[in-house]
Design a protein around this ligand. Structure first.
Ligand SMILES: NC(=O)c1ccc[n+]([C@@H]2O[C@H](COP(=O)([O-])OP(=O)(O)OC[C@H]3O[C@@H](n4cnc5c(N)ncnc54)[C@H](OP(=O)(O)O)[C@@H]3O)[C@@H](O)[C@H]2O)c1
Length: 248
């Protein structure tokens, strides 16, 4: 049994990570800025970090300023690692994204730099592909348009539970640096994914693949965010979609 702090424990990934680690018998603390959180803290201001890290032997760092493309992520990660060093240097497991070193996308550059901070601290970094939830959120937004414009790219979506399972393995292992990437079980074409979503919600729309200008989109189009050699055996998109409440 380990005492584990999960940052971002209210988030899309952090929540299932905290739940799984708890179900495996670990003593899990979730860090959140929300008032009333058992371990309330702010990675950017540093408030609450020393208390949250007291007596912890592992940190799973899932927090990210995703709504603002990682704007505060480097300050947050530095503060976390400084506090971790003060708390006796627990094992820090960081979640990054496949292709951050190959795709010139601003959020990915920040993730890559954060990976460097984790490496200098002596932690473990796991890169994952896009979560099913992330793809679904995109499909929901695009499906509101009369003509559904879908990025002309492929994705390899993965269930957050399957990422959590891998994180749980890493928590039980010594510091590993950067481990093998983790991708979903299949590589799928985004326009087809959007069509499957429209079918699921019973909406008839034409889906048109679109290409955007710029090096970042070209890299996505070229599949630099995919890792077909590292497919999880976990939940497929169709299974995820089937189990998702229809939301119009
Ligand atoms: N989305 C994807 O497809 C994908 C794929 C691969 C990897 N990843 C990576 O996986 C990680 C988790 O992503 P996600 O989609 O689960 O994110 P998310 O749902 O947006 O959750 C972000 C979490 O970060 C916390 N947070 C943000 N700023 C904070 C701060 N200053 N102090 C403390 N907590 C803070 C939030 O907690 P409170 O608001 O409760 O404080 C929230 O729990 C990210 O590093 C992301 O880059 C994502």
């Amino acid at each position: 049994m380990k005492r584990i702090l999960v940052t971002g424990s209210t988030g899309t990934l952090g929540r299932p990570v905290a739940e799984l680690l708890t179900s495996l018998g670990h003593d899990v603390r979730g860090l959140s800025r929300r008032p009333g959180a058992a371990y309330q803290g702010d990675l950017v201001s540093g408030a609450g970090l020393d208390a949250a890290l007291d007596g912890v032997d592992t940190v799973v760092h899932c927090a990210s300023d995703t709504r603002r493309q990682g704007k505060t992520d480097l300050a947050a990660t530095r503060n976390l690692l400084d506090a971790a060093a003060r708390a006796g240097h627990p094992h820090v497991v960081f979640v990054s994204i496949v292709g951050v070193d190959r795709i010139p996308y601003p959020y990915y550059r920040i993730k890559l730099e954060a990976e460097g901070l984790i490496g200098a601290y002596g932690g473990t970094t796991l890169r994952a592909t896009q979560f099913h939830d992330f793809v679904l959120a995109g499909a929901r937004i695009f499906a509101k348009l009369p003509l559904v414009l879908a990025p002309d790219v492929k994705v390899q979506p993965i269930a957050t539970h399957d990422v959590a399972v891998r994180i749980a393995e890493l928590v039980d292992q010594p510091v590993a640096g950067r481990v093998d990437d983790l991708g979903g079980p299949e590589v799928l074409y985004v326009p087809d994914l959007f069509r499957s979503y429209l079918e699921r919600i019973g909406r008839h729309r034409r889906v048109v693949p679109v290409r955007l200008p710029g090096a970042a989109f070209r890299a996505f189009h070229d599949g630099e965010h995919l890792t077909p050699a590292h497919r999880s055996g976990g939940e497929r998109w169709s299974g995820f979609l089937g189990g998702t409440a229809v939301e119009r």
